[in-house]
Design a protein around this ligand. Sequence first.
Ligand code: GDP
Length: 231
Amino acid sequence: MCLARGRLPSAGKTLKHPFHNAEFVTTAANWHQLPGGDAPEVAFAGRSNAGKSSAINALTQRARLAYVSRTPGRTQHINFFRAPSGALLADLPGYGYAAVPEKIRRHWEAFVARYLSQRAPLVGLVLLMDARHAFTELDRQLLSWFLPSGRPVRILLTKADKLGTIAQRDTLRDAQRTLARDFAAGWIELQLFSATKRIGLAEAEAALSAWIAPPPQGDGAEKERPRHQGE
Ligand code: GDP
């Protein structure tokens, strides 16, 4: 599909299901393999086992999309999926595996840190955290790489179906407090999420739609999307 610079076919409109029917496009193990073009890109990150693949599959309505490219040796790659609108979803390698050799961990760190801080088409980061184990050291490190870009983060507190109503409420409140205490300067929103019970799915889709929607024509397009220095 050929897109004019920064414009999607649905100019000015948001989509109810921004990533339905996305398809795998490519995989990147280093900066030079990242796809070209400047279609808006949303990154998904999280500790391994946080529920990232399940969330991507729920958002794309593709039963096993996030697993297809997860062949052995590829777990340190960023996998890219393109939605029919042209927007890209970037599936970052899960982090926190105890068994990952030091050399691979360092490569991952350098690549992901650069990707999150410098990738021009990135419009936002979806950070997945198991609702019962939120804000680990590695989650905080990831936020520290991304937040200086001035772009928004949406935290999905995953597997919320494992919590009762009161525990859900308390989890959300505690996470909000952590944000206010430790990340007051960041542009971060959070919500409960469950891929299996579809809790928070529509809420997440609405937020991501707003990120990838082009600004209404003639309405300060550049203001809507913060740019990196030197872009
Ligand atoms: P990833 O490593 O972050 O991609 O995590 P996966 O999506 O592979 O999920 C890890 C495990 O958590 C799997 O056993 C999933 O079935 C389970 N899981 C993922 N999402 C949910 C959810 O919303 N609810 C429940 N109960 N389990 C989930």
